[in-house]
Design a protein around this ligand. Structure first.
Ligand SMILES: Cc1cc2nc3c(=O)[nH]c(=O)nc-3n(C[C@H](O)[C@H](O)[C@H](O)COP(=O)(O)O)c2cc1C
Length: 191
């Protein structure tokens, strides 16, 4: 059966992405923003794409550090608020209770199931965005999202996802197959 394809032009189709709340500190005050335009770089680093006008840029550069926190569905309202109001206009430090790991300037959210403290190792600037390459220094996980071997179980983390252009939060957390296993024995058709 043939389906009609419509060329949408240069639209990024790589959604949904995980919603992250990024924690920073400026002048000792914590600040939180939401970032969903994120990426993985190799096996030890991640990328955050931050619009240059956001207050968080100054804070990230003040300590060359940030925390990256996944959220569960019960954190959507608080996170969404952090993603609408700027630290330039309001003190957002009390939105989340937090602790520190080993890095200065990377506050970690208490009730995030999985948080990473990261240091800035590079920046790729475009006209509108600073794209920070961050090395993950430590990752903190709730005990109840780990399997018996101590590995992260993403069915248990069930991170909230984000998509554009509808601008919705989506759920995750249900496995539908095993990687490096489903393809075993697959036969290519019409050969
Ligand atoms: C769901 C969601 C996703 C967002 N993703 C990004 C993003 O990827 N990059 C970005 O620069 N801003 C993103 N934002 C907007 C910032 O989080 C928002 O402008 C925030 O208020 C900036 O805070 P600050 O000025 O205190 O740094 C997102 C907001 C929401 C609600």
């Amino acid at each position: 059966m043939e389906t009609m394809k419509r060329n949408l032009g240069p639209v990024i189709g790589l959604y949904p992405t995980p919603v992250t709340v990024v924690g920073t500190e400026s002048g000792g005050r914590a600040n939180w923003m939401v970032i969903a335009h994120i990426g993985l770089i190799g096996r030890d680093s991640i990328m955050l794409s931050v619009r240059k006008t956001h207050y968080s840029n100054e804070a990230i550069m003040e300590n060359k550090a940030a925390s990256v926190n996944l959220i569960r569905s019960d954190m959507i309202k608080a996170a969404d608020y952090a993603g609408m109001v700027s630290g330039k206009d309001e003190d957002k430090s009390d939105i989340f209770e937090y602790y520190h790991g080993t890095l200065k300037g990377a506050p970690l959210i208490n009730n995030s199931p999985l948080s990473m403290e990261c240091e800035v190792i590079d920046i790729y600037d475009t006209d509108t965005h600073s794209n920070y390459v961050l090395r993950v220094v430590n990752t903190y996980a709730d005990e109840d999202v780990l399997d018996e071997a101590g590995n992260i179980d993403y069915e248990k983390v069930a991170p909230v996802l984000f998509e554009m252009p509808q601008g919705t939060y989506m759920s995750s957390g249900r496995s539908i197959g095993k990687c490096w296993d489903e393809g075993k024995g697959y036969e290519i058709k019409n050969r």
